[in-house]
Design a protein around this ligand. Structure first.
Ligand code: SAH
Ligand code: SF4
Length: 378
């Protein structure tokens, strides 16, 4: 795999095959490359677009080219990813009801609105009854699956409470409702206890596969270590969960090379489901100061759709979520993501009165109030 700064070839589309370099925006692409690899010599290589899209295995360089596609080339990518989606996972959309269980968090990630350091928000935790009510709602709507997400805590009270809720949900649904947890890094013992109490899947985003970028996004201490994040992902795998991970897209300092490496990381880690989405700034976070140095929201949305499409080609039969952050940047964000290759959506079941407290990023009023239950499959 070429390391950052050693990018030496540029694949583009052969006019004779019906494609033209302008399809991928020659000037813009060169600008992107010279921005990320200043001083690099870029050599050119001709390759037919369909040939590239039909490759069995994409290397880092192929993925960078796909991420930079525009115009006809981009349409071809989306057509292909839609075909691959329909052939491998059909037109079916899986619904997972999302419960934002608590915004109490022991961590201080630089990008997140519920970080410990944000004193401007009221902290909440749902009552047991509220969680069970949401579980009943999910059952009645035939969702088949529930996601319990919260800020990261590993104190005994929290760990026991989640174990208890898992057992209650199992009892209530007769084991019919599958549960995904998204509660951050925990010990092996905790992962095991939650698994035995009824959790089936665990979603832990790696955020970025680039350790140097990870460092820029987190405080430098044991609570926020890239190595510990990797270790936690391994533990989740070892303790028998279906494993989900993902990254944020369009972060400050992030390059197309980073995103290509992210997709390869996911592919190489035997992941069952992926939840990735655009980074969205939040005023009360340290990363907000870089808001003028990032791609526009439109570009971040488009980049997210490309990531979904390319991942679908790389991993045809996994579950890929159309995430809330996509919906936040585009009114039809989730629907577009489903067409592009995603096959899971997570309607929000959190009681409305708590939603304002769980703002990981800036969000539109309409998204905040969304009931989530009116959505229908494709
Ligand atoms: N505390 C748990 C789960 C809740 S946070 C954890 O961190 O794993 C869930 C996800 O929200 C994070 O993994 C991160 O990828 C995403 N997130 C946080 N802040 C964000 C922001 N500003 N923009 C987009 N996604 C964000
Ligand atoms: Fe806490 Fe998760 Fe937000 Fe980090 S991303 S501050 S762990 S809720």
């Amino acid at each position: 795999m070429p390391s950052l700064g050693r990018f030496s070839q540029w694949t583009f589309l052969n006019k004779k095959q019906g494609w033209h370099p302008s399809d991928i925006g020659l000037r813009k692409y060169c600008r992107i490359l010279s921005f990320f690899w200043p001083g690099n010599i870029i050599r050119y290589r001709f390759m037919d677009c369909n040939q590239l899209l039909n490759k069995q295995y994409f290397n880092r360089q192929d993925i960078i080219v796909l991420l930079a596609l525009r115009g006809n080339g981009l349409d071809a990518l989306y057509r292909k990813s839609q075909q691959v989606r329909e052939k491998n996972v059909g037109k079916k959309v899986y619904y997972r009801g999302l419960i934002e269980y608590s915004n109490r968090c022991a961590k201080n990630c630089f990008y997140c609105g519920v970080r410990r350091g944000n004193k401007a928000i009221d902290r909440y935790t749902l009552t047991d009854d509220e969680v069970l009510e949401a579980a009943r709602l999910a059952l009645n709507e035939n969702f088949g699956s529930l996601v319990i997400q919260a800020g990261e805590r590993s104190d005994r009270g929290f760990v026991e409470k989640i174990g208890h809720l898992l057992r209650e949900v199992r009892k209530l649904s007769g084991g019919k409702l599958r549960v995904t947890l998204s509660l951050g890094e925990q010990t092996e013992e905790t992962y095991r206890m939650w698994r035995n109490s009824g959790a089936h899947r665990y979603l832990l985003r790696i955020e970025t596969s680039n350790p140097a970028l990870y460092k820029k996004l987190h405080p430098e201490d044991d609570l926020h270590s890239f190595q510990m994040r990797l270790k936690a992902l391994d533990l989740i795998q070892e303790t028998g969960y279906h494993v989900g991970t993902g990254v944020m897209i369009g972060l400050p300092f992030q390059t197309l090379d980073d995103l290509a490496a992210d997709l390869l990381f996911i592919k190489n880690h035997d992941i069952d489901m992926v939840g990735m989405g655009p980074y969205i700034e939040h005023e009360a976070t340290p990363l907000f100061r870089y808001r003028d140095q990032m791609q526009s929201k439109k570009e971040r949305f488009e980049l997210s759709m490309k990531m979904v499409a390319i991942l679908r080609l790389m991993m045809p039969d996994i579950n890929i979520a159309a995430t809330t952050a996509m919906q936040t940047l585009h009114p039809q964000g989730r629907e577009i993501a489903l067409k592009t290759g995603a096959n899971v959506i997570m309607p929000n079941l959190t009681p409305l009165k708590y939603r304002e407290g769980y703002l990981l990023y800036e969000i539109k009023e309409s998204t905040l109030k969304e009931g989530g239950l009116g959505n229908k499959p494709l």
